[in-house]
Design a protein around this ligand. Structure first.
Ligand code: GEM
Ligand code: ZN
Length: 375
């Protein structure tokens, strides 16, 4: 029996792997950080017996409440990911599976690889309406890439989407894949009408280094990019620095920052109610956008979410708060679950790569319905 993780976004440490009924593993921390929760590894064994895998340090992970009612994902072909029986006893996360094939992958959520990221960018650039721009490089030397879709014009709004500041939240890039595919679909009326009203700047992956390294929450230097937006630096957080400079150059009329949430089994958004410039205009925009999204898809809800920030007390190091304050615009953090949408549960896959992608496609319609009111 072999267990390995030396591949894109791989993360596991093998403690003991001799007896299939008692495999002991641990998740590695992000480099230069105490955060950990993302795992992704391969088990190879030709014995068709029940395998019991214990992740022995789950009790000290970043978001322990994320393991309650959580089911790990597995795949034999690295394309279809399904949920497998998983229990948490407060310390150990225990996954149980009798494999159908010799090789099986396990992960915290369906991985989105760096190769697929490159394919997403380069397939998009083939579209006449899309320009692939490289803003600079990350700490490990990867491109900070943005897709510009459409052309600026006096009467057009400027809409930014950023995603996967937190690398373990791979659902964020599945969301972006669905969003981009639909936005570039020349047969899609919403997409075509929207491009007459807005130009888009899309960053499908804010943190490619952290993704490849198998991190949960930080970049190659262990920096949480979603706490860098007030004072980013080229030597600590070039990913944020470069995107933020581009935003200052283009202006922003609307921003969505796409994330995943470990604990809440729902899709939700977090607004800018705590920024100093919050006013009735922004509140009305936020309320209208949420009402629109509720009407578009039952995959969204607005009953559960983060605690609201008290007036004037928003953390302006957080992307959507800084953007909302800087540009006095509609800005949301969008959260999808690592678990499932409890309002529409699917026990076989839970919340998934495909449902994330479809949610991204639905977001286009919501933006189309609000774009005329942004300013
Ligand atoms: C969260 S967003 C921080 C809280 N935001 C608001 N507006 N309350 C983070 O960065 O901790 C996003 C995430 O981690 O998924
Ligand atoms: Zn996040």
């Amino acid at each position: 029996m072999q267990i390995s993780s030396q591949f894109d976004s791989g993360n596991i440490k093998v403690i003991k792997a001799t007896d299939p009924s008692n495999i002991e593993l641990a998740i590695n921390k992000d480099h230069q950080s105490d955060f950990y929760q993302w795992f992704h590894f391969k088990l190879h064994n030709n014995q068709r017996c029940e395998h019991v895998l214990h992740i022995t340090n789950a009790g000290q992970s970043a978001y322990v409440e994320g393991w309650q009612d959580y089911q790990a994902v597995a795949s034999y072909d690295r394309d279809h990911w399904f949920r497998v029986p998983t229990e948490f006893d407060g310390q150990n996360l225990t996954i149980t599976l009798t494999p159908e094939y010799d090789s099986v992958y396990f992960a915290y959520f369906a991985p989105y690889s760096y190769e697929r990221h490159q394919d997403l960018l380069h397939n998009a650039q083939l579209d006449i309406d899309c320009q692939l721009q490289v803003l600079g490089q990350t700490i490990d030397g990867r491109d900070v890439s943005v897709l510009k879709v459409g052309e600026e014009a006096q009467d057009k709004k400027v809409i930014w989407l950023t995603a996967r500041q937190h690398p373990g939240e791979s659902m964020a890039e599945w969301f972006m894949e669905g969003f981009i595919d639909r936005l570039l679909d020349e047969d899609d009326g919403v997409a075509r009408a929207l491009l007459n009203k807005a130009v888009f700047y899309l960053v499908p992956n804010m943190n490619p280094d952290g993704c490849v390294r198998g991190h949960l929450r930080t970049n190659a230097l262990g920096v949480n990019l979603n706490r860098e937006w007030l004072e980013p630096s080229l030597d600590k957080s070039p990913e944020v620095y470069l995107v933020r400079e581009k935003m200052l150059a283009t202006g922003v009329d609307m921003h969505l920052d796409i994330h995943g949430d470990e604990a809440l089994p729902v899709n939700f958004v977090a607004g800018c109610e705590g920024i100093p410039s919050y006013d009735q205009r922004l509140k009305t925009l936020e309320d209208n956008f949420k009402s629109i999204l509720l009407a578009i898809t039952p995959e969204f809800q607005d009953d559960k979410g983060y605690d609201k920030d008290p007036a004037g007390q928003a953390n302006l190091t957080v992307a959507s708060n800084w953007v909302g304050e800087q540009f006095k615009c509609l800005a949301f953090t969008v959260e999808m679950p690592f678990k499932d949408n409890e309002l529409l549960p699917d026990p076989s896959v839970g919340w998934s790569d495909n449902r994330s992608s479809l949610f991204g496609r639905d977001m286009l319609t919501a933006i189309y319905r609000i774009v005329g009111d942004l300013r």
